[in-house]
Design a protein around this ligand. Structure first.
Ligand code: FE2
Length: 191
């Protein structure tokens, strides 16, 4: 069966991590593939506020990471292994944005739900315990400074490591309204 992340899985160098990532995204709730990126439309560019917009948003964040990694002047202190984990973290970061089963609104604590899911299921799909912990901490802190809400008592962890900050940066850029991306059938249009 075609995986909606076929292109992005191809960015992962390590076969074992690629296969684990393919299994993890296949475990995401169905709604992930159909909801828009935000419930209000207040955040995110137009391309992410449509049906399937959360998938588009996720793909944009991954593409920013890929472009930045491929520029030899930038972020060349990330090993291939680090880069692979960044891609997996981005794939999963908003995977449970409306909860484990679909709730009406975006859950403020969705980074923790996604982080815990990867920590709980990562080893069974072939990731090492250390990588599961790294992914957990990256995903949990992906909201960056937007770590509190008037509607929740939860205080999300802030990104501290270079990988955590990088993932937050890619997610944040992918959420900017002025950075609209053209899609065709959930593929980024390049030319
Ligand atoms: Fe996101």
């Amino acid at each position: 069966m075609k995986n909606m992340f076929d292109v992005e899985l191809g960015y992962i160098h390590d076969k074992k991590i690629r296969e684990a990532a393919a299994k993890l995204v296949s475990m995401l709730p169905d709604y992930f593939y159909s909801v828009p990126a935000s419930s209000t439309g207040k955040y995110h560019p137009k391309c992410s506020n449509v049906e399937g917009g959360l998938l588009n948003h996720t793909k944009i964040a991954i593409r920013y990471a890929k472009e930045l990694f491929d520029n030899a002047m930038l972020f060349n202190n990330f090993s291939e292994h680090d880069q692979d984990l960044v891609i997996v973290a981005l794939m999963m970061h908003d995977g449970f944005k409306h909860g484990l089963t679909k709730e009406k609104y975006v859950r403020f604590d969705h980074p923790l739900i996604s982080a815990n899911f990867v920590k709980e299921h990562g080893e069974e799909v072939g990731l090492t315990k250390d990588d599961c912990m790294l992914l957990h901490d990256i995903i949990a802190s992906h909201m960056g400074v937007f770590n509190t809400s008037n509607y929740s008592d939860v205080v999300l962890p802030l990104p501290k490591t270079a990988m955590q900050k990088f993932v937050h940066m890619c997610d944040d850029l992918a959420s900017k309204k002025f950075l609209n991306v053209e899609f065709k059938d959930h593929n980024i249009v390049d030319s």
